[in-house]
Design a protein. Structure first.
Length: 491
């Protein structure tokens, strides 16, 4: 009987201890779910001995899972206004039309020789799509008169001020379509026929000669205008330029933008306030490559036909898909988390290493901690773009740990808030440097350059945003938009 009572007594004590342990478990669970992280009494674990600390608190590694990213690139639109200074055009015309403007040295075919020279500088103005210009010409004419069995040659001299107008349009093959007419003309010096020492005024005869040669004169003017404004050459230069890789590297990594144009278009050529204005537009797809210069293959080398629009936006919008590999995210996270201490004194842990990977639409952050506890713990979060700080940040941080040890729940409450706050506040992939770099780049030769002699490109970028973030096997893909202005000036 004594043995039985003793056994019963031992069993009773063990049962009581088991109930106490069970109640403590319920209490800890209730505390984890219901008590504020700020008011949890960390003194509750002050009396734990070193041997009672959790030596291994390693959670099973969450599986990496990635949804198929179906991304349709948004078309980027580059609007590039073109300004042609009329005074520059006037200067170039005067440089081109110097000395002899027209000469016919053969008299046998039509019994006339003609030589026309510029009397003084031309004057031009352009309103809407009509170019008007004044052309002062000094001319010399030799006319052969048939006298039956013989002939005689007579010379005619004079100076005339011709006024023309040219209507300008554009063709689909990037040529100026010009139609030039004579508005009027007036005599600076009335023409005379030299007969010996006598000058005979023959204004009606010369009027007829001008009318007979008007078509040749107007054809010469139209040809000269097309040569002085080689629109196709300018458009081809722009078409080729946008396909060159653009270096946007930083001190930490190399990056390039590659552009594939789809369409090029323009608005009507309009004259206003001393300038000739039009706007070129390019629709294209833009991609970002990390690493060394991408192999350059110009996919679209042939300039497509011209499309005309009546009006376009002044700004351009560049949509690019940027890659941020997990290696870059890991590097950033190490800077933020590794070496950081959470907790106080003996109850603290230090982050030893960091790993980031994806699980569907979330990022998983794995932290290897050492100290009061040793092991791997994982947090999940969602990446988002913060417009105010030009950065990719994380939100909805959720910290979970799977272990049967009751102490882990205490540790969970003890460390959770600090780690969560640290991730939300400091795990930041800043695009501010890239934004300012791109802004600086827009002030560099890329956006401020002479394309061909007397043709200058000016521009700047003034805004950036990200409208989508995708999690892939390689890292983050960020759909970014850059906004700014460009202008080509001919002067």
């Amino acid at each position: 009987m004594r043995w039985c009572y003793q056994s019963y007594d031992i069993m009773q004590k063990r049962l009581i201890n088991l109930l106490i342990l069970f109640n403590l478990s319920i209490l800890f669970s209730f505390a984890q779910e219901n008590f504020s992280e700020d008011i949890f009494p960390i003194d509750a674990i002050d009396n734990l001995s070193v041997s009672e600390r959790l030596d291994s608190m390693t959670e099973d590694r969450p599986e990496e899972e990635y949804q198929e990213v179906i991304y349709t690139p948004r078309t980027s639109t580059l609007h590039i206004p073109l300004d042609i200074n009329i005074s520059f055009l006037e200067k170039k015309l005067n440089e081109t039309f110097s000395g002899i403007l027209y000469e016919d040295n053969v008299i046998e075919d039509d019994s006339i020789m003609v030589k026309a020279e510029k009397a003084k500088d031309f004057k031009i103005q352009y309103e809407n799509n009509v170019l008007e210009y004044q052309v002062p010409i000094k001319f010399w004419i030799k006319k052969r008169f048939d006298l039956g069995i013989t002939y005689t040659d007579r010379e005619i001299e004079g100076a005339i001020d011709l006024k023309f107008k040219t209507t300008i349009n554009l063709s689909k093959d990037w040529k100026l379509i010009t139609k030039t007419e004579i508005i009027e003309y007036s005599w600076i010096k009335k023409p005379v026929l030299k007969v010996g020492f006598v000058d005979l005024r023959i204004t009606p005869i010369v009027d007829k000669i001008i009318r007979d040669n008007k078509r040749d004169i107007l054809t010469t003017i139209d040809k000269a205008l097309n040569e002085q404004v080689p629109l196709r050459t300018y458009a081809q230069s722009l078409w080729d330029l946008v396909q060159e890789p653009i270096d946007i590297s930083t001190a930490d990594y190399k990056a390039w933008i590659k552009t594939t144009p789809i369409q090029i278009y323009t608005t009507p050529i309009i004259g206003y306030q001393g300038k000739i204005n039009t706007t070129f537009g390019v629709k294209c797809l833009m991609e970002v490559y990390l690493g060394n210069t991408p192999t350059f293959v110009r996919k679209e080398s042939v300039l497509p036909p011209l499309t005309m629009y009546t009006k376009t936006d002044e700004r351009f919008m560049m949509n690019i898909l940027a890659d941020v590999p997990f290696t870059v995210l890991d590097s950033m996270a190490r800077v933020v988390m590794v070496g950081q201490t959470f907790g106080e004194g003996k109850k603290s842990v230090v982050v030893d290493s960091v790993e980031i990977f994806g699980q569907n639409d979330k990022l998983i952050v794995g932290l290897q901690v050492i100290g009061f506890i040793n092991g791997l713990i994982y947090l999940e979060c969602r990446p988002y773009y913060d417009q105010q700080t030009f950065s990719i940040r994380v939100k909805d941080v959720d910290y979970k740990i799977k272990t049967k040890n009751i102490l882990a729940k205490i540790v969970n409450l003890f460390y959770k808030k600090g780690m969560k706050r640290r991730l939300e506040e400091e795990l930041v992939f800043s695009l501010k440097d890239e934004y300012h770099l791109v802004k600086e780049m827009s002030r560099s030769e890329l956006f401020n350059m002479e394309i061909v002699p007397n043709v200058k490109l000016d521009g700047f970028i003034n805004d950036l945003n990200a409208d989508n973030i995708f999690i892939t096997k390689m890292g983050l893909k960020i759909s970014m938009n850059l906004y700014g202005k460009l202008k080509i000036t001919i002067e």
